[in-house]
Design a protein around this ligand. Structure first.
Ligand code: SF4
Length: 278
């Protein structure tokens, strides 16, 4: 897949769904650099593992899409996903489409100069219909050259845009903000732990099924560590941190041994085979 810098290489995109208590409830590997298509597999995987879809789901803006919004609506999942433009003021781009306000009551857009864009015609994109709005007074507008190269500015509105509008409205409520802030503290630690505590910067195997198995092992180990930490908290109270660090060191040593085994598995396998033959 394409990497962050645009280069094509072998990358794997690890997806996890966490519970409120930060246990991994579902994980899978994708080979797509985009997260958009991964939300439904995440929710379906969660449903397979736990028997039901969650009441509430919180994902980052990379997962925002009309398809995901529609799926959540159909399955009665209260999703919180800001879109990529959410919270951006685009002050240095005053005529950017997000600076045009839609008025659903009279079905028009208002441009940054306070002029109306009325419904012009219908269109479609990727099989989904959209409505196109066109400026009524653009020809005499003194800033038209900054706004559009055409005679009049147009704005396209997907018929499912109301789902995004509802979502963005939810995201600015105090409940939406609180949920979203919570997400950062819940999801990022697992990847931080993986990359920085365990030094697990890349997968050791190649091929989606092998990488999936490797990622499964990591997630199982992560859940075991979380279980251990919560049990330790119950037993040792304030001493938990010291004991957890000690046990974590043992895990890190074990992890190094496992890495060594994976790196040199051909060597160890050949020794094993020789022993069996003898
Ligand atoms: S060109 Fe049209 S849409 Fe753009 S600012 Fe002027 S009046 Fe508004």
């Amino acid at each position: 897949m394409r990497g962050k810098k645009g280069s094509r290489d072998v990358f794997y995109n690890g997806q996890v769904v966490l519970s409120n208590e930060q246990f991994v409830l579902h994980n899978h590997i994708s080979t797509s650099s985009s997260d958009k298509q991964q939300l439904i597999p995440c929710l379906e995987g969660l449903e397979k593992n736990t028997g039901s879809y969650p009441d509430v789901g919180i994902f980052d803006s990379g997962y925002a899409s009309f398809v995901n919004d529609t799926f959540a609506k159909e399955e009665n999942i209260d999703l919180y996903i800001p879109d990529q433009e959410f919270g951006k003021t685009n002050k240095n781009k005053p005529y950017y489409h997000t600076n045009f306000q839609y008025d659903p009551e009279i079905d028009i857009y208002i441009c940054p100069k306070g002029k109306q864009l009325s419904f012009y015609k219908k269109g479609s994109k990727n099989g989904f219909s959209k409505r196109i709005y066109r400026g009524n007074e653009c020809e005499s507008c003194p800033v038209r050259h900054l706004c559009t190269a055409a005679k009049a500015r147009t704005i396209q509105r997907d018929d499912r845009q109301y789902l995004r509008d509802e979502m963005n409205y939810k995201m600015i409520t105090s409940k939406g903000q609180a949920f979203y802030n919570k997400r950062r503290h819940k999801v990022e630690p697992i990847f931080g732990h993986l990359k920085y505590n365990l030094g697990y910067q890349h997968f050791f195997l190649r091929g989606q099924s092998k990488v999936t198995a490797e990622f499964n092992l990591f997630c199982i180990a992560y859940n075991l560590i979380r279980m251990m930490n919560s049990k330790l908290k119950l037993i040792f109270g304030k001493l938990t941190k010291i004991i957890a660090v000690f046990i974590r060191q043992i895990f890190i040593k074990l992890n190094l041994i496992v890495k060594e085994l994976i790196f040199n598995h051909n060597f160890y396998t050949s020794i094993l085979l020789r022993c069996i033959r003898q």
